[in-house]
Write a protein that binds this ligand. Structure first.
Ligand code: SF4
Length: 550
């Protein structure tokens, strides 16, 4: 069957805030100059926003710049934040932290649902003539020698045995002058581009967290408007990066979640289980009392900040948003940075297209703009924050305090602080437990306050065609069955928040069984596997979670 192709000036891969802000800015520039540009955004989710998940608190600095009348245009702002609270939790008690550190000061910012926000941004882009294509997974970059010339979307209607089914449709080649990769954290094409051109050479490794959240509907009037709460401590031990959050949303909804650094030491730690335990804390349980859970989701978060941002451009392509690691771990936010990176990239793209030159040298206009912008100033001030967690929570807090008085240097007074990849910190079971009883008991899942993974997955509205090639590539099963089981106890069963990985008894031996249709596309397995033998690739376009409030 012949493959269709589409020619555009710029294609944005991934329909998140970076791509959509970039597409809008590019369309604005073209319109202001009286030029016609064809701009496309392709998104793997069934609808725009259905794969968008974040806490989320939005610093509107980039939004104000992009669409100053965003209120009039009906931007789905939940609440303006009027109250910030930070608590330290022990197993049963909670202690308010009397002083909110400046990076956590959110007054005047907004709580949002990223999925609703993205849906709105896409509609704004469409008004400017941007072509939006949800339901298409980009699976391959197209090259002309070393120049990126577009992307190929995945075939549809392929069976589990990789053979075409009756409804087979080949993927489309989207040929583009410039390809912008805004696939979110650990994007598949972004990872390939970074590896091919060694764009991360000399940079710190990107270390991620997993954010796991539920949306709760509370009894009418019980959500404290404009209040955001962050917590430290329980249920995480002091060697594990992370903390909890509760953000008030409109319509009596509350976003409650736990971030767990994917750099933990305990191979038997289960982030989903820790999140369930978090909700059983008397303080958190009292807030959720009388409510019901209505949505569940999880996503990786790039935490390493300034020193892990790779080179941003190659001939014909650029990395934007979370795919480039534009997130400020100290402020716990990245949507504003993602949007601004897309907008600055768009300005450079416009200049490159005007000059009919998309070479890396010309595209350097994008990183130059980043260096001259508030992105650089903001990330540079937080540059040594995440690395401080290699000294544990108390060392990290001391480092963060020092950063406030040393212009962001912290413990790295005379040098940049390095860190190792998150998976490399995981200890083997014997080494970690040294004869102590291994693992922790899950809290009882009562279906009211606490839920098992499968119940939670049901609330993510995740759906995949069952009859399609497995989108999790295990490069060597013998490692799972012979080494990993002995050394790490197959941690994929625990770090996956959706029960995709299960070790089951087969022919008298424990073997790995995959349940790919549960996958909520968080990318944790691609990141945290200690042997680096799992590769996540996009399933058929339109498959995956169906988030509406996340
Ligand atoms: Fe996340 Fe991987 Fe599990 Fe999918 S299979 S939910 S990407 S950890």
């Amino acid at each position: 069957m012949p493959r269709e192709s589409l020619e555009v000036d710029v294609v944005f891969v991934g329909g998140g805030p970076a791509s959509l802000a970039g597409a809008i800015r590019l369309a604005q520039l073209a319109r202001a100059a009286g030029k016609e540009l064809s701009i496309a955004v392709i998104e793997k989710g069934k609808q725009m926003g259905s794969h968008g998940l974040s806490g989320a608190v939005l610093d509107p600095i980039a939004l104000r710049d992009l669409l100053p009348d965003f209120r009039k245009r009906g931007a789905p702002i939940e609440w303006e934040i009027t109250e910030d609270r930070l608590y330290f939790l022990t197993a049963r008690k909670y202690f308010p932290v009397p002083y909110t550190p400046p990076p956590l000061y959110n007054h005047g910012f907004f709580t949002i649902s990223l999925s609703r926000f993205v849906e709105w941004l896409a509609a704004e882009a469409e008004k400017l003539g941007v072509m939006i294509f949800p339901g298409f997974s980009a699976v391959e970059l197209l090259y002309d020698a070393d120049r990126v010339v577009g992307v190929r979307t995945g075939d549809k209607g392929v069976g589990r045995n990789s053979q075409p089914k009756e409804n087979f449709e080949p993927g489309i080649d989207v040929r583009a002058g410039i390809t912008a990769l805004g696939e979110g954290p650990r994007g598949t094409l972004s990872k390939g581009l970074i590896q091919r051109f060694r764009l991360d050479s000399g940079r710190n490794p990107q270390v991620y967290s997993i954010g796991i959240k539920e949306i709760w509907e509370l009894p009418k009037g019980r959500v404290d408007r404009g209040r955001v709460i962050h917590t430290l401590g329980f249920p995480l031990d002091s060697s594990t990066f992370g903390g909890g959050f509760l953000y008030s949303l409109s319509r009596d909804l509350l976003s409650v979640g736990l971030v767990v650094g994917l750099s933990y030491l305990d191979p038997l730690l289960d982030p989903h289980q820790e999140f369930q335990r978090f909700k059983t804390h008397p303080f958190i349980a009292s807030i959720l009392e009388g409510g019901k859970m209505v949505e569940y989701g999880a996503k990786a978060i790039p935490e390493s900040g300034y020193f892990a941002v790779p080179q941003l451009v190659v001939d014909g392509a650029a990395l934007i948003g979370d795919s480039a690691g534009f997130l400020n771990p100290q402020r716990l936010k990245g949507i504003h940075l993602a949007m601004k990176s897309g907008m600055l990239a768009a300005e450079a793209f416009f200049e490159a297209l005007e000059r009919k030159d998309v070479s890396r040298q010309q595209m350097e206009g994008y990183p130059r703009r980043v260096r001259e912008s508030w992105i650089q100033r903001e990330l540079y001030r937080s540059r040594n924050f995440h690395q401080g967690f290699k000294y544990g929570l108390w060392g990290a807090l001391l480092n963060a305090g020092l950063m406030q008085v040393t212009g962001g240097r912290g413990f790295g007074l005379f040098h940049r602080l390095h860190e190792e990849p998150g998976f490399a910190r995981m200890r083997k079971v014997e080494e970690y437990y040294r004869g102590r009883p291994a693992g922790t008991q899950p809290p009882p899942f009562n279906g009211k306050l606490t839920f098992d993974k499968l119940t939670d997955v049901h609330f993510s509205r995740t759906a995949h065609q069952e009859d399609q090639p497995v989108h999790l590539r295990i490069h060597d099963y013998s490692i799972c069955h012979e080494r990993c089981i002995r050394e790490y106890g197959n941690p994929c069963q625990r770090f996956c928040p959706a029960s995709v990985y299960e070790m089951v008894e087969m022919d008298g031996q424990k073997k790995l069984q995959l349940n790919p249709s549960n996958c909520v596309h968080c990318k944790t397995c691609d990141i945290m596997d200690p042997y680096e033998i799992i590769t996540w690739v996009p399933p058929e376009g339109g498959d995956g979670p169906g988030w509406q409030h996340s």
